[in-house]
Write a protein that binds this ligand. Sequence first.
Ligand code: PLP
Length: 434
Amino acid sequence: MTNFTYSQAALDRLQTSDAEIFDALMHEETRQSEGIELIPSENYCFPEVYALLGSVFNNKYSEGYPGRRYYGGQENTDRIENLARDRAKAVFRAEHANVQPLSGCAMNEAVDFALLNPGDMIMGMDLSHGGHLSHGHPVTNMAKIFKYTRYKSEVPSGVIDLDKVRAAALAAMPKMIICGHSSYPREYDYAGFRKIADEVGAYLMADVSHLGGLIAGGVLQNPLDFGFDVMTTTTHKSLRGPRGGMILCKKELGAKIDKSVFPGMQGGPHMHQIAAIATTLKLVQTDSYKAYAKQVLVNAQALAQALLAGGANLVTGGTENHLIVINTLAGFGISGDIAETALDKAGITLNKNVIPDDTAPPMKPSGIRFGTPAPTARGMGEAEMKAIAGMMLQILRAPTDETMLAKLREETRAMCKRFPVPGLENMQPKAIAA
Ligand SMILES: Cc1ncc(COP(=O)(O)O)c(C=O)c1O
């Protein structure tokens, strides 16, 4: 037992000291417990993560790195950061690891500033084809500092034509090329990208924020095995850790990366978050986590196949990872926002999403995006994926049928009851939800 009154006692205190926030927390527990979460960037963290995020490590200032801090009292924080770094290197076969970035965008910004100069050209995947905002979208602050150029996938196959990428790279001569996405359902040809980066003399970076857990679990390729210079990943998606970011890189870039994170971008690292990252990186080495990672992909196939059989129009025709994008406009005549709202009413949460070269605006796009990390974390399998696909098809075909939506809401609630959220096994939803 620890000495502090963590968890229940602290929550009891919260109930009287801030009843409004306590109430929101209880309702959020109910929402997460009773709904099917299909947003592919979300997950249920390991229960140990909650303990560390709510621990006294939150109180500690640790500016600097293990062995070289600007404050005293670091014997325990040095220990956890060293463990986190060593485990990160072991899990991802990396030469160097920095576990301090506060989250995903910050880690990518730190890499850009570490390796490049203002005005340098960065080449990343087009947002509508799956790339992420932090890879140089014009609305971001980074686009004011660096120049960006984009590559795309072929429509409808989803294949990235490396000859076109090479030609674009030779024309733009980027200083860095980024492989990585938040909505691309296919694997990359990492070896092919390495050749192009070598030819134009660019750094090669992979942002595997979505895939980190699946790489750790050994079910997807690891870009570092293909000689990538840098790989970044968030820690809260498929990895099931706390919110956060990690930078893994070649040894010779380590000092530049570390300096860019601190003091370049951040002050005190969040040591409670780093403690939770360390534990996450231990838990992802277990056999049960490896089985989980495998099941995420099996479930994605089951979901994709059932949707295809029901006539859904899957971007790229399927999936090779944990996520699926559907063109709802082409398949069902409705925009992604209408689909998102109707599915939410039935207890299935996902997000509206642009499709490749979408001409519709991001708040009213032509598709939806969803995936299997979260339902798999609660133990759902292929049978549940088929059932969920069946419900989704009914909803997409008749998104305004409120009677049907209400009926399906009861079905999703019943399904969720059979698969408790990790950490919420003792949930008494009806008693809690006022
Ligand atoms: C590929 C990719 N990179 C970076 C990020 C940014 O992460 P964060 O939201 O933690 O800043 C995301 C988040 O969705 C992502 O998918």
